[in-house]
Design a protein around this ligand. Structure first.
Ligand code: NAI
Ligand code: MG
Length: 351
């Protein structure tokens, strides 16, 4: 029997639709006839909001819930547009999806592929993944402000860390490490954020005791910034909270060859809700509509989607094709479509 993969596709704004088109071409080439791929498109994003006033209504959320996985390009308009102020799309769409679908693992692999230039002069062999908690920390909106705009203003943003929430993400990190080089680094600031830090450290210690073949390491987040620049090859799996993860992943993306290849997955590993895969970059209004965007990050996000869907071989085919393409890229300027087509062709020839 042929297996089906029922995808919700949110192309989004700016370069989103351009890179998603290539990601889908490559994904289809990678699975070939073995999987029947269904695509349902959802026109969400800044453009949709400005045209209709709608960001993400409950009916759309329920429709999205029915799919196996979500592939998202990028959403967001011109950051200077006052109608989009206050992160309305980020909170109303991206964060809403993350919380509604319990995307508690944000997975971001960083690998310096041969042929890709890192801004580091001697980067070494960079190949690690960051497992960032996605539904807790200071991002839950547990805060408030009083006396706003007066000299006596009080502004609080409380970081929420639950034993349940920390444990599931730590367990995910150890499971990843078992598939890789068996090294987990907890990144936190346990010396200052003592309450949350203690919960994270004790949870890691407990799970570590169950996984004696995994080497465990701890780094303060500030020291992590140093090592990501001086010795990024030391990392295999980094596990960290929502806020530290946000920062760590941006630096990781930069040392790993940049925004054009950084992929991510927002996962509910329990499978109760669809996971969502997207390039790390945004909608890049400065180059939108010009076929200048590098679709590689979106293509690698499609590979993460396939792996999460249990289609490991198809995922590996995409990764090998990307590796091949990057190694031969040089400085020749190619369009978004040309890069996508060339990766899809290599994928098809390797099936
Ligand atoms: P951005 O990632 O869109 O662009 C930053 C710079 O990187 C720009 O110079 C852009 O041209 C370049 N760039 C980005 N992706 C590229 C690609 N695939 N190939 C070649 N160059 C690429 O970030 P920016 O400018 O801060 O945000 C633009 C819009 O995107 C905003 O509305 C922002 O809110 C939104 N955004 C959305 C995200 C998402 O959908 N998850 C993530 C980040 C930003
Ligand atoms: Mg960020």
């Amino acid at each position: 029997m042929t297996r089906t993969l029922d995808l919700a596709v949110i192309p989004g704004d700016g370069i989103g639709p351009e890179v998603i088109a290539e990601a889908l071409t490559v994904l289809r080439a990678a699975v070939g006839d073995s999987v029947e791929v269904h695509e349902t498109r959802y026109p969400l994003g800044a453009g949709h909001y400005l045209a209709t006033g709608e960001i993400l209504d409950d009916a759309t959320l329920d429709a999205l819930r029915q799919h196996d996985a979500i592939l998202l390009g990028a959403v967001g308009g011109d950051p200077r547009d006052p109608k989009l102020a206050g992160g309305i799309i980020e909170r109303g769409l991206l964060l809403k999806l993350r919380f509604a679908f319990d995307h508690h693992v944000n997975l971001r692999p960083t690998r310096l592929y041969p042929g890709v230039t890192s801004p580091l002069s001697s980067p070494g062999d960079i190949d690690f993944v960051v497992v960032r908690e996605g539904t807790e920390g200071p991002y839950v909106g547990n805060g408030g402000a009083i006396r706003v705009g007066t000299p006596h203003e009080v502004a609080n943003e409380t970081s929420v860390n639950t034993a349940y929430g920390v444990e599931r993400v730590v367990r995910f990190a150890f499971a990843e490490a078992e598939k890789r080089r068996r090294r987990v680094t907890l990144v936190h600031k346990t010396n200052v954020l003592v309450h949350a830090g203690s919960l994270w450290q004790r949870t890691v210690d407990r799970v570590a005791a169950e996984n004696p073949d995994v080497t465990v390491d701890y780094l303060h987040v500030d020291a992590t910034m140093i090592f990501l620049v001086t010795d990024p090859a030391r990392f295999d799996v980094i596990v960290t909270d929502n806020l530290f993860g946000d920062i760590v992943t941006d630096l990781a993306g930069a040392v790993g060859g940049g925004i054009g290849i950084a992929a991510s997955g927002n996962l509910d590993p329990s499978g109760a809700h669809p996971s969502m895969f997207e390039p790390v970059h945004g909608s890049a209004p400065d180059i939108a509509g010009q076929q200048k965007a590098d679709p590689t990050a979106a293509i690698l996000s499609a590979a993460l989607l396939l792996r999460q869907s249990g289609l490991d071989e198809a995922a590996a085919r995409i990764e090998r094709a990307v590796e091949h393409d990057l190694a031969g890229r040089g400085n020749a300027a190619r369009t978004t479509g040309e890069i996508g087509a060339s990766i899809a062709e290599f994928v098809a020839s390797s099936t």
